[in-house]
Design a protein around this ligand. Structure first.
Ligand SMILES: Nc1nc2c(ncn2[C@@H]2O[C@H](COP(=O)(O)OP(=O)(O)O)[C@@H](O)[C@H]2O)c(=O)[nH]1
Ligand SMILES: [Mg+2]
Length: 696
């Protein structure tokens, strides 16, 4: 079945872990008729959580896409993981959806991951609705959670459904827009529509008034009429809600019980009848001067599409999830990959319900399709009808915050391990896999220890290999503290041609970050000009391994002061060797010290953990730069901390904040270390750094 842009809706289901997102996704597919039997998360048979690692961990790790057709509208739903370790998957879903359905546990209110996701949705200006789950639990208070959302996010909420709850418990919801009630059934069937019971009439009238007030936000004329007459017609409310929701002025609140299918029809109705289609929504592209411009989603122009996610499936191979922005993407066609600057062949196209693929001939603007087995196209690439189209802004992924050094237990498995890790780092843009030539380690980095440990387990199972992990080594540096001089004469007489070169040089500190400066101040030809490059080479070679622990030397100015040469035995090589040794001696005379990398860190935590975070920062030799409340009871702490203290921060922060904190880091500068800390680094370095011996 084909859908025009106006008949498409894209919705990302998001929120804190364990709020019921995967269950909601499953039940929505069931109520919408896309599946005949919903499964529980515990059974490991849900549409969304079907990979071995999701079944084993009983959490969502990857985003899943599925569609339902509701009232002639094709709704694409994304289920996303709640843990910030898998934020990359959420980014794919947010980028390709025009709105989000934020799930909140009725017993807990808006929890920290929800607050962080909300901030992200704010940055993207995406409308969002909220579903308050677990209304059958006696601890759930829909009014209190609604107030919590209003207070934490400073938004105008409006009730689309309200719970029917009395002394004998929860029986269903009232759809405030439709003026009907839905009874939930205990046997797992779809909820049944009834007239609003008399005992809930007052609650309904109150909610209807609030809803009309919110709808009036959509339009000045409506607002005037609402103020004058105190009410609006059903049609006016519908039209007002459309505008107010689309422009992010109201947050519709739904409630229910996911596992009893309660409250879901109202959600589907709202999405199909009120929420915006992709038509005329905007996507950001780059113009010829690299400036951001917006593009309207519409069928009219030639094809332009953005790859929002890549995954691999053991049966279908590589799957590329593509959001069509303009035009139509057709099966068996040729498109231009603007990011790579070459043509890509599109073979078969699919729509999906989790892992079940339905072959589809074409996708129009606004829809999200899946192409299998593309040759080279990656996430964030733009595909278009021709080369002279604009390319879309790449998906913005945060920098990895947690790293592990990895090696195959059995040397012969190293290639297999590398191949898989390289591939997964290409699919998941929040992963990075690199060889660090300084520390001589392969390092895998990601969004947290869970992210990395699940990945490594997957690779080990898939390749049937065993992987060893280590804390990554730090890339220390060496430098000098004061001015010094040294001289060295390289002299060898071993029959035939001899070797002779004498170099006198001075070293001096440079400001941090200036790395190296070389000056020839030899007066009167003590060393011929032709030998000076040999001297510089010798110095540069010596700088590769400092005299303390073999780390690279930085921020040193070297001046060649004097020297001596021999008419027959001197050579560039002889001067290189002399310079290398003179430099090492000068380093020793100049008081060598170690430098360690200092990172900028930004931590987000609930304010009750502030004290614990601060004292932990001081234990970690950190320097606090600032602290700001950012709303929702969340504090942002900015600090500078040595990288060596942050290697396990993902784990430490989880322990300190019961898993609710999060952080970002980036390199800032190098600072000197001394005493016990430096001694430990020097001793540890002896194990793996082989300081190059002079080859004289
Ligand atoms: N009692 C009850 N349990 C629920 C409901 N919705 C979800 N759950 C359970 O809550 C747990 C987490 O649900 P899941 O859908 O995996 O949450 P997610 O992490 O947000 O995807 C599972 O054990 C679900 O069975 C509900 O409406 N009522
Ligand atoms: Mg889930």
């Amino acid at each position: 079945m084909d859908f025009t842009t106006k008949k498409i809706r894209n919705v990302a289901i998001a929120g804190h872990g364990q709020t019921g997102k995967t269950s909601l996704f499953e039940q929505l597919l069931f109520v919408g008729g896309a599946i005949t039997k919903p499964e529980s998360v515990a059974s490991g048979k849900t549409v969304s959580d079907y990979t071995p690692e999701e079944i084993e961990n009983k959490i969502s790790i990857y985003s899943s896409l599925a569609h339902v057709i509701w009232k002639d509208i094709n709704i694409n739903f994304w289920d996303t993981p709640g843990s910030s370790d898998f934020i990359g998957e959420v980014i794919s879903a947010f980028r390709s959806s025009e709105m989000a359905l934020v799930l909140v546990d009725g017993r807990a209110g808006a929890q920290i991951e929800t607050i962080k996701l909300w901030r992200d949705l704010d940055r993207r200006s995406k409308p969002r609705m909220v579903f308050i789950n677990r209304c059958d639990d006696e601890r759930t208070d829909v009014a209190a959670v609604t107030k919590d959302i209003h207070d934490k996010f400073n938004v105008q909420t409006c009730p689309l459904t309200i719970p029917m709850k009395n002394a004998s418990g929860f029986s269903g919801v009232i759809d405030v827009l439709k003026g009907k009630a839905y009874l939930c059934s205990s046997d797992g069937t779809v909820e049944k529509q009834i007239e609003i019971p008399a005992e809930f009439k007052d609650a309904y009238e109150d909610a209807r008034g609030v809803l009309a007030g919110a709808a009036a936000e959509g339009d000045d004329d409506l607002l005037i009429k609402f103020i004058d007459e105190g009410e609006l017609t059903a049609e006016e409310i519908t039209n007002g809600l459309k505008v107010a929701f689309e422009n992010n002025r109201i947050v519709p609140i739904f409630c229910g019980v996911v596992l009893q299918n309660s409250g879901l029809i109202s959600v589907l109705d709202f999405i199909a009848e009120i929420a915006p289609s992709p038509f005329e929504r905007l996507e950001t592209a780059k113009d010829a001067d690299d400036a951001d411009i917006t593009v309207k989603i519409s069928e009219d122009s030639p094809l332009a599409a953005l790859v929002v996610k890549t995954s691999s499936d053991q049966f279908s191979g590589r799957l590329s999830y593509i959001k069509i922005i303009t035009g139509t993407l057709s099966a068996d066609s040729e498109v231009f990959n603007l990011s790579e600057g070459r043509k890509e062949k599109i073979g078969k196209l699919f729509r999906c319900v989790g892992k079940k693929l339905e072959e589809t001939k074409a996708f129009v603007a606004g829809d999200i399709g899946i192409a299998t087995k593309l040759g080279f196209t990656k996430t964030s690439d733009t595909l278009a009808a021709s080369a002279d189209t604009l390319s879309f802004v790449r998906l913005r992924h945060p920098e990895p915050v947690y790293s592990m050094a990895v090696s195959a237990k059995d040397k012969k498995d190293e290639d297999k391990m590398n191949e898989l890790l390289v591939r997964y780092a290409e699919e998941d843009r929040t992963l990075s896999y690199k060889y660090n030539s300084e520390t001589k380690q392969n390092v895998i980095s990601g969004m947290g220890d869970l992210h990395i440990s699940i990945l490594l387990k997957k690779v080990q199972n898939q390749a049937k290999i065993s992987i060893q992990t280590d804390v990554p080594r730090i890339a220390y540096r060496e430098t000098i503290q004061r001015k010094a001089q040294a001289e060295y004469t390289h002299k060898k007489q071993s029959g035939g041609h001899g070797q002779y070169g004498r170099v006198v040089l001075a070293v001096e500190s440079l400001p941090r970050g200036e790395y190296f400066k070389f000056t020839n101040a030899v007066f009167g030809g003590a060393i011929s000009k032709s030998y000076i490059p040999g001297v510089e080479k010798g110095v540069r070679e010596a700088m590769e391994n400092g005299v303390l622990a073999g780390y690279p030397v930085v921020d040193v100015a070297v001046t060649v002061l004097d020297g001596k040469e021999h008419p027959v035995d001197s050579s560039e090589m002889a001067f290189k060797i002399a310079a290398r040794n003179a430099f090492k001696d000068a380093m020793r005379n100049a008081g060598s010290i170690l430098l360690e990398p200092i990172m900028n860190i930004t931590v987000l935590v609930e304010s009750k953990y502030l004290g614990d975070i601060m004292s932990d920062m001081s234990v970690k030799r950190g320097r606090i730069l600032g602290q700001t409340p950012i709303g929702g009871g969340i504090e942002e702490i900015r600090a500078q901390v040595p990288q060596a203290e942050l290697l396990k921060y993902a784990i430490d922060l989880r322990a300190l904040t019961s898993g609710t904190g999060s952080f970002e880091t980036s390199f800032d500068h190098y600072d000197p270390i001394s005493g016990k800390i430096a001694d430990e680094v020097i001793n540890a370095a002896k194990e793996f750094i082989t300081i190059k011996q002079s080859d004289d």
